[in-house]
Design a protein around this ligand. Sequence first.
Ligand code: ZN
Length: 483
Amino acid sequence: MLLIFTIWYKIKIRKRGDIVLTIKVGKKKLKIFNLIILVLGLIIFLYFICNLVFMLPIFKTSYKYKTNTDNYETETFVTFKNKWFNCYVTESINVKSDYKLVYEYYVKDLLNDGYKNTKKDTYNRTIKVNGFCKQAKENYKNIHDSKYAEFMLNGNDNETIEYGNNYIDPYVIGKVNNKPVKEIDMFSNYNSNKVGSYVTSYSLSVNKYYTKRLYRTINVVDTIKPKINLSGDNTMTLNYDQEYNEPGFTAIDNYDGDITSLVKVSNKVNKNKPGTYKITYSVSDSSNNKTRITREVIVKEKDKVVNKVEPIIEKKDGITYVNGILVVNKNYSLPKDYNPKVNKEAYEALKKMQSDAKVLGLDLSLISGYRSYTKQEKLFNEYVKKDGVKKANTYSAKPGQSEHQTGLAFDIGSVDSSFENTSEAKWIQQNAHLYGFIVRYPKDKTDVTGYIYEPWHVRYLGVDIATKVKESGLALEEYLGIN
Ligand SMILES: [Zn+2]
């Protein structure tokens, strides 16, 4: 350039032949005009050199820098190509003219509407490049600083806090050219007392062109289920036909407080249908945490109908008849002189039963039938000698208290406790009533009859009454309503 300038100068001066002032420098004469032109040329030359020095890297570099967020005068959140965070923008810098950046971004009004409003928009940013050394240098520094600004969140960008727990903001790390920045603007609408999503923003101003901004979402949540407390028992038992009365309940939630009124109760108890029912109590709090508990209600079977009609107890010649049925037990004795021998009708029924059983291969041999008062007296005394009065009384009868004295009772099969498990005993249990007999001292009725289970001892009542007694599942005393 200096060369072009000098040639141009020489041609121009020589042609015009201008005569200008001359000064003496040493022995040589130098024209003043020539000197001025030379100095001017030198300044212009230096100006270009200066520009070149500072602008060279700008020419060559296409800057890439990470843009998480940016701030353009309004409280908006900016992202590129619909990607939040970690988006890249390429800026090509051209010193010859102003350059323009066009950002396509989505504006989400985080702070006021919480992500609800999304708007696509463009933003233009113009960077003036005027060619002066100072400006170019400043531009370069700004871009350079932006590139080396470090700004990152401590902790996560999305924090979830259980309602009622303390939250301490972990803040951010901000550095420009490796030097920590102390003043970072922070703004938050966080409210620990209310379930919701909140945003905290942190902004770091790098220079007049560039502000870096970070956001953290803090979600205050309630995941704790409400508690339902039942008044009364968890398992309730009702009699048949008894009305179920709800004993009450309360529901308390850690966030909503008393929500008893929201509890839904499902009750399908049918007081006339025996069974086990489950009443369910369910409730949801405002964060949709559900609790469901149950109460068990048992509706009992209808009580077996006991003969509630007062029994008619008659005594004829010292013999007791209850509702016309001859009864002998530890409370009702027979006179010493009652001596009816074996009952013919009962004996015929026994023979029929024995022969039917025999067809099935069952041996219902008669062990003991009619016994007189005197015979019973001898027998009982023998048992007393052997086992003592108390024990003898559980398996044998005192004279006058034995059913064998009526001529209506028989011991069949085997008089032994092992008889219980034989096919014979089972058959008797199931079929004796068909022949007019009952097993007089049933299992589990010792407290009623006063006798141990005697599967071999049958008492004749006639088919009709024997069937009724059998179907009632009761001992004869219970059936008749006596002791
Ligand atoms: Zn007997």
